[in-house]
Write a protein that binds this ligand. Sequence first.
Ligand SMILES: Cc1cc2nc3c(=O)[nH]c(=O)nc-3n(C[C@H](O)[C@H](O)[C@H](O)COP(=O)(O)OP(=O)(O)OC[C@H]3O[C@@H](n4cnc5c(N)ncnc54)[C@H](O)[C@@H]3O)c2cc1C
Length: 413
Amino acid sequence: MDQPGITLYGAHWCPDCRRSKQFLGEHQIPYRWVDIEQDPAGEKYVLQKNGGKRIIPTLEFPDGSILVEPTTAELAAKLGLKTKARRSHYDLLVVGGGPAGLTAALYAAREGIDTLVIERAAMGGQAATTEHLDNVPGFDEGIEGSLFGERLKHQAERFGAELLQAQEVVRVSSHDNYTYVDTADGGRYSGCALLLATGSRYQRLGAPGEESFVGSGIHYCATCDGPFYKGLPVAVVGGGNSAAEESLFLLNYVERVTLLVRGEELKGSQVIREKASNHPQIDLRFRTEVAEFRGERGKLTGVTIRNRQTGATEEIHPAAVFVFIGQSPNTAILKDSAVRLDRWGYILTGHDLLHAQDRPAGYENREPSLLETSIPGIFAAGDARAGSTKQVASASGEGATAALLIREFLKNT
Ligand SMILES: Cc1cc2nc3c(=O)[nH]c(=O)nc-3n(C[C@H](O)[C@H](O)[C@H](O)COP(=O)(O)OP(=O)(O)OC[C@H]3O[C@@H](n4cnc5c(N)ncnc54)[C@H](O)[C@@H]3O)c2cc1C
């Protein structure tokens, strides 16, 4: 890992510190965390820089400059992230800079289609958050997820796609044959076509107390937060492939994993199940659920777990809990649009749209193409699409397919 150039002074109970941590984590920017409640030198530094006031978060950058309680926009600007586009209109707007969005962008830009990608976090999507990708075609030795994300980004840029980071799309609409996206900073961009490549995200447990400790004892990304718990015991919640896989990965850092499984057994690949079941540092607890997360001053201190068969409860005190219980699509921005979703919120495309009783408007004289949504000219690819296979190779494949379908669409409009 790179030597961190940024030092973030804060405290575990401080929500703005968590926001800054999350921002740096999402952008895969290495930093050194100093909890001023544990580190008197750190506290002294904060007091000195803030005229005797204990203001956190205080961030120190490699050039010696300081930001105190920065907004997300201030932090993005300081880090040199491009959050504003050069123009307000493009041939193609792509929402999401994961494997689907970036592959589509590089294909489209290479075809001479003027393309803008808008990404709310760092380029690379979920793929960039994983330590090692072993099944991406062409990388016979595997590739680090973050490096894969970087390479996709450079490739899309090499062909001329314009990429925005740290910029969230909050609304999608269409009228008069144009598509529009509104961004969180009040901006609006229009396009002749739009690709939704917003992917999916980790699901939360919904247990009491969970929201209070997110990022401060409860985590959903082992790669991002595992290193904070070096040599300590942690708990993992989940019974599928990712829970078992991430437990094994966490053991690169942590001392021990208590794996809490609701069901009677682990599910998923046999190889991973066997590895996790036989690992001497993994303590498997079946028929077990989290009843409550508890803590003090915003810091997780204990977890009440319950045996689902007997109802007996028990207190455990892991340093952190990592939750891996599946994913849901990032499609909330489509809530008020006419883009049709399935019952889990994934985007319907192509033939799936024709099963409905009412044919979507605009398709009176033709059928939607394979990856076209219920709004003509708006396409979807990757994990956010109903029926997608949730893999890097397939998300990239869908991105490439979408770009070629969009090229045909643009030719005919
Ligand atoms: C820990 C982990 C390990 C994995 N390991 C593997 C593996 O080994 N092999 C494999 O093939 N697959 C793996 N996957 C799955 C793979 O990463 C995904 O299938 C793939 O990344 C999906 O690509 P995507 O582009 O569809 O979506 P994503 O990668 O989810 O990218 C979508 C992007 O859209 C952005 N976005 C969402 N909403 C908005 C908005 N409103 N405004 C702006 N941007 C937005 C998100 O921030 C995100 O960057 C793994 C996933 C995880 C989480």
